[in-house]
Write a protein that binds this ligand. Structure first.
Ligand code: ADP
Ligand code: MG
Length: 258
């Protein structure tokens, strides 16, 4: 014989909302105790379903983003990093830059928290319902080169435009070949005023010409990136070495190695 409880179990399965079965019973008790109206009860049941769907959607998007290690804004120590104002990051964390298709550029020496903040903002975006993809600049170029060599570059750039946020980590660690620089330029152009990019780099813009092997391509790209962007320059010694007496070689010394 069907009872309201067994009907709810059947109907919640049919709706592919199996959690309703559990919350309906639990909230019914609360509703009786607190004298909720029918509408209040229904709203509470639906709200638990929506909240848990959003949470599982967020964790799926975070996993799909390819962050490697998940870092959060909440774990970032702002007192240690004067180049990233708490207010600026809090504003970015609301995700309004994504609606405006603006970019975020994080510059600064190694270990100053560029990747941490980029991932932290990516996590926020994923929690707000946006699809995000994270990879190093080198990996992006490899991906685009694969698409290019199989005649799919246009389709790939179009597909990527459906992601409101791409994160390109570590521009500048490895100089680009001319083809790579051109592919990267196409990625930036294709997203310009359509969708956001967060970029991190250990080099100031003035040095990007060397990375891309072509000052004209670098300038055209920087122009598009910074036209609508928040540019943050992080400072100081590596957080990785904060409890040691070590300092890293300065950028100029470091680049002799390239
Ligand atoms: P970068 O990308 O600038 O080289 P990372 O973001 O990878 O630096 O930071 C290096 C390590 O130090 C990471 O484990 C990161 O989580 C941590 N870190 C850096 N800055 C901070 C900070 N201000 N607060 C908390 N952790 C930090
Ligand atoms: Mg980094």
């Amino acid at each position: 014989m069907s009872t309201p409880t067994s009907d709810i179990a059947y109907l919640s399965r049919a709706l592919k909302a199996p959690r309703i079965r559990e919350s309906a019973a639990r909230l019914a008790e609360q509703a009786r105790d607190a004298g909720w109206s029918h509408e209040e009860y229904l709203a509470a049941v639906l709200a638990t379903e929506v909240t848990s769907r959003e949470a599982s959607g967020a964790s799926i998007r975070i996993r799909a983003a390819g962050f490697g290690t998940v870092k959060t804004i909440e774990d970032f120590n702002f007192d240690h990093q004067p180049g990233a104002k708490r207010d600026t990051i809090a504003h970015l964390a609301t995700g309004t830059y994504l609606q405006a298709a603006s970019n975020v550029v994080l510059l600064g020496p190694p270990g100053t928290g560029k990747t941490h903040l980029a991932i932290g903002l990516g996590v926020k975006a994923a929690q707000q319902g946006h699809r995000v993809l994270f990879a190093s600049a080198t990996d992006w170029v490899t991906r685009l080169a694969d698409a290019h060599h199989t005649g799919r570059l246009g389709a790939e750039l179009k597909r990527l435009r459906r992601y409101p946020l791409l994160i390109v980590d570590e521009v500048g660690y490895i100089p680009f070949e001319p083809e790579a620089a051109n592919l990267f330029f196409q990625l930036v152009s294709s997203r310009y005023e359509h969708a956001s990019i967060i970029l991190t780099s250990n080099l100031p813009f003035a040095r990007w010409g060397d990375v891309f092997g072509d000052h004209a391509v670098a300038s055209a790209m920087i122009d598009r990136i910074v036209h609508h962007a928040e540019v943050l320059t992080l400072k100081g010694n590596s957080y990785r070495l904060k409890d040691t007496n070590l300092t890293l070689p300065s950028e100029k010394t470091e680049n002799k190695a390239h």
